[in-house]
Design a protein around this ligand. Structure first.
Ligand SMILES: NC(=O)C1=CN([C@@H]2O[C@H](COP(=O)(O)OP(=O)(O)OC[C@H]3O[C@@H](n4cnc5c(N)ncnc54)[C@H](O)[C@@H]3O)[C@@H](O)[C@H]2O)C=CC1
Ligand SMILES: O=C(O)C(=O)CO
Length: 386
């Protein structure tokens, strides 16, 4: 028998019971659910990662939909419990859904939502921040100051890398990878090399146009290249940022062999998912190559780091905060709630999940559609004509 879990209840007489496994930022998401006759139950248990058992207890016997988190293991056990409770809607409050077994959801006819678009720029900004912080050794220098070690300006003190004119490499040039590439190209006048399964046409056009602009103004133009393999990016780039989805094809994409291909003074940034890098191999590489630097937002076994990583001066580590801006986190909560609400109300699916602005406008009611359901086709949900 699962233990009871602490909850906070909004609109107790609402017709539809929607559970959120965590308190989420903002109130718009709660208000939108209440306005549409939902009773909202928010888990307030003081436990960062809920177990499958905790979530089964939250779902109970009667539940229309759940908003969950990327730390939770949404597989057969949870979709079966949700389906038994009458639920047909689940949404991650995240764009990545590698924690969700979508095939299991399909078996139970449960819609699986995610939150694309609203976190693109915020996440890219953190990747850019880590890139610059690693290039200019910001964390080491900050520790040095606070440690009372600064005795005056010196020619060799914390010398780092100049980004201008160097090459930025992007692995996975989707929404976030492309936004990051634009920031690095436009902000620091870096040349771009990228690897993706698909051509990033808009990104290529942007770099071409910016290169022409620079040339017309008497400056060195920036260039772009679509690599035919990931290794080509690793060999040529000075700063490499990882932005693919995590799946079987990207697990340990960066490993001992691929690290060996990279320049000795390269910078590697990961704001995608931890297991994209073989973290044990990375620690060994950092030890053997003190001029190689990394900026990591995600880790292979979150919340843990592999032994030795925390001791490395050439590593900057932050706790999975890439999407953590107020506007973005409130928007993620809104999109996740609207995914669940939309399925409960029988709304169709928004036709372009890359363009979700209409759902985020605080001054007008959201469209009668689910913003982003990843298994819409598999479970036969119609597409909105709005
Ligand atoms: N650290 C954080 O807080 C955050 C992490 N993320 C992660 O970033 C990922 C990407 O998000 P978006 O850009 O919105 O997704 P997206 O779907 O727009 O982009 C992913 C790109 O990866 C490419 N890709 C897939 N397999 C590949 C492979 N084997 N090699 C090279 N490229 C490959 C795809 O073709 C696609 O262009 C999410 O799935 C999530 O895991 C997203 C937001 C915040
Ligand atoms: O959205 C995601 O995939 C995250 O990792 C958190 O923003």
């Amino acid at each position: 028998m699962a233990k009871p879990v602490q909850i906070e209840v909004w609109n107790p007489n609402g017709k539809y019971r929607v559970v959120s496994t965590k308190p989420m930022p903002g109130t718009r998401w709660i208000n939108l659910l209440i306005q549409q006759d939902c009773r909202v139950e928010i888990c307030t248990q003081n436990k960062t990662i809920l177990s499958v058992e905790d979530i089964i207890a939250l779902i109970g016997d009667n539940c229309d939909g759940v908003i969950g988190q990327l730390t939770e293991d949404w597989g057969d056990a949870l979709f079966s419990a949700l389906s038994k409770a009458g639920g047909k809607a689940f949404s991650n409050m995240a764009v990545g859904y590698n924690n969700v077994d979508v095939n299991a959801a399909n078996r139970y006819g449960v819609a699986v939502g995610n939150t694309p678009g609203v976190l693109t720029e915020t996440t890219a900004e953190l990747a850019a921040t880590l890139s610059v912080a690693a290039a200019r050794r910001i964390v080491e220098a900050d520790e040095f100051m606070r440690g009372g070690l600064y005795e005056g300006w010196l020619p060799h003190l914390f010398v780092g890398n100049l980004l201008k004119g160097q090459t930025v490499g992007v692995i996975g040039a989707g929404r976030i990878g492309s936004a990051y590439a634009r920031m690095m190209v436009e902000g620091f006048k870096m040349n771009l090399i990228y690897y993706d399964l698909y051509q990033a046409t808009r990104l290529e056009k942007f770099v071409t146009a910016y290169g022409q602009f620079l040339k017309a103004n008497g400056e060195q133009p920036v260039t772009w290249k679509r690599a035919s393999s990931m290794d080509e990016v690793l060999r040529e780039a000075d700063v490499i940022s990882l932005h693919p989805v995590l799946d079987k094809t990207t697990y340990h994409l960066v490993n001992k062999e691929s690290l060996a291909v990279m320049k000795k003074e390269a910078i590697l940034v990961n704001c995608s998912r931890g297991p994209v890098i073989d973290e044990v191999a990375l620690v060994e590489h950092l030890k053997a190559n003190p001029m190689f630097r990394v900026g990591l937002d995600v880790f292979e076994d979150e919340p843990y780091m592999k032994p030795g990583l925390a001791d490395m001066k050439n590593a900057i580590v932050v706790p999975h905060i890439a999407s953590a801006s107020k506007w973005t986190r409130e928007g993620m909560a809104t999109l996740a709630a609207l995914n669940v609400l939309g399925k409960i109300k029988g709304y169709p699916i928004w036709s372009n999940p890359n363009s979700v602005e209409a759902f985020l406008d605080e001054n007008s009611p959201p469209p009668a559609a689910c913003p982003s359901i990843v298994n819409a086709k598999a479970i036969g949900l119609p597409v909105s004509k709005l």
